[in-house]
Design a protein around this ligand. Sequence first.
Ligand SMILES: Cc1cc2nc3c(=O)[nH]c(=O)nc-3n(C[C@H](O)[C@H](O)[C@H](O)COP(=O)(O)OP(=O)(O)OC[C@H]3O[C@@H](n4cnc5c(N)ncnc54)[C@H](O)[C@@H]3O)c2cc1C
Length: 427
Amino acid sequence: MYRPILRLSAKQLSCAARPAAVRGYAAHATPQPFNWEDPLNARSLLTEEELAISETAEAYCQERMLPRVLQAYRDEHYDKKILEEMGELGLLGSTIQGYDCAGVSNVASGLITKAVERVDSGYRSGMSVQSSLVMGGIDEFGTQEQKDKFLSKMGKGKLLGAFGLTEPNHGSDPGSMETTAKPHPTKKGYLSLSGAKTWITNSPIADVLLVWAKYHETGKIRGFLVERSECPPGTLETPPIKNKNGLRASLTGMIHLDECPVPEANMFPDVEGLRGPFTCLNSARYGIAWGTIGALEDCIARTRTYALERKQFKGNPIAKYQLVQKKLADATTDAAFGTLAAIQVGRLKDKGEAAPEMISMIKRQNCDRALFNSRVLQEVFGGNAVSDEYGIGRHVANLFVTQTYEGQSDIHSLILGRAITGLQAFV
Ligand SMILES: Cc1cc2nc3c(=O)[nH]c(=O)nc-3n(C[C@H](O)[C@H](O)[C@H](O)COP(=O)(O)OP(=O)(O)OC[C@H]3O[C@@H](n4cnc5c(N)ncnc54)[C@H](O)[C@@H]3O)c2cc1C
C-alpha cells in the first residue's frame, strides 16, 4: 500500500526536487581508496586542533614509550617518569580548564588515550587514574583550596594520584564498602580513616590517594584526599600486588588505613553517595572506550604485517588465505565502529549531553570487541604468539583487565538492561 507513495517520492527526488549539484556529485563520484588504518574516515570528523593533538601524542608514545614497554612488562616495572613526561606535553588532566591544564575537547583527550593504549593498557591506566579519576574528581568536587593545592602539580606529573574504591570484599558492589571515616580521637579537626582497598593502580607510589569511605555522621560515602607525606608511620600502608599476569607495565597495590588522621579540609565538601566515585569513573570509562581501540588497532597492524611476511603452503603469505583475512576484516570493522561511537559520545560529552548509559555502552562494547578480536588475531601468529617479542600476547592479557575493571562488562550489561527495561537487576 505504501508503494505508490514511495514511487512518487523517488520520482520527485530523481527529477525536480533534487538540486543539480547533488545530481552531478552522485553521477561523477569517484570511488575513494580504502584506508585499512581508518576504514570509515574518522579523521574527517576531527578538528585541526584534535588532529594536531593526536599527532603529538602518537609521536611521543611511539618514540618514547614503545621502546620501554617490552622490558617494563617483563620486569613488572612502572617508570613513574612517564607521568612527568606526559605532564610536560600537557597530556595529563587534558580536559580540565585552568590550573595549567590544556583544556581540550573530550574527543582530543580520547585521541591521547588511544595513542597511549596503542602502546600498552598499563601506561594508559596510569594516565587515566591520574587524569580522570583523581584530577577529574578534585576538579569536579574539590574545594578551591584542594584544587589550588593539587591540580597544577598533578597536571605536571609532579604529584602522583591513586583512586581507592574497590575493597577486598566489595568490587562490583562498592556501595557496601566497609572503610570508615570517624572523628579522630585525639586530633581536633581531623578524621580517622580505617579500612582496606585492593587492586589500586599506582597506590604504592601515589603521593595523594583519593579514598572513598563511609562518613560517620550520615553513613554515606564521601571522598577524602589522603596525603602520604602527612600520614604518621603505621597509619597508611600501600603494598604492591606482584606477579600479575596482565597490566604488568603498570603498578597495582593495596591501601591499608589504620586510624589514619586526615584533615577535615581534605574531604570533598558536598558530594555524597556513589555519585562521587561514579562521576569520576564515567570519565575514565569513556577513556577506556577509546584506549582499547588503540590496543586493538595495534593488534591489527601487527597481525597484518606478520601475515604478509609469514609464508605457508607453496610459499603463499598466510594473509592470502580467506580465514586469516576474515579475522582481520572482523577486527578492523569493530575498531572502526568503536572509534565512531567514541567520537559521537565525546561530542555529546562536550555539549553536556552524554548519558552515563552511553558510556557504559561504549566501554562494554569496545572492551569486549577488543578482547575478543585480539584473542582471535593472536591465532594468526601460530607458535610465535607465545613469544613476548611479537607484542600481541601482552595486549590480550591487558585487555582482559580492561574488560574487568571500572565495571566488568556484565555489570555494564546490567546497567544497560536496567535503563532499557526500567527494572533493577542488581540490588
Ligand atoms: C589491574 C587492576 C587495576 C585496578 N585498578 C583499580 C583502581 O585504581 N581503583 C579501584 O578502586 N579499583 C581498581 N581495580 C578493581 C576493579 O575495578 C575490580 O576488580 C572490578 O570492579 C571487579 O570487582 P571484583 O574484582 O571484586 O570482582 P567481583 O565483583 O567479585 O565480580 C566477579 C564476577 O562476578 C560478576 N558479578 C558480580 N556481581 C554480579 C551481578 N549482580 N550479576 C551478574 N554478575 C555479577 C562480575 O561481572 C565478575 O565477572 C583494578 C583491578 C585490576 C585487576
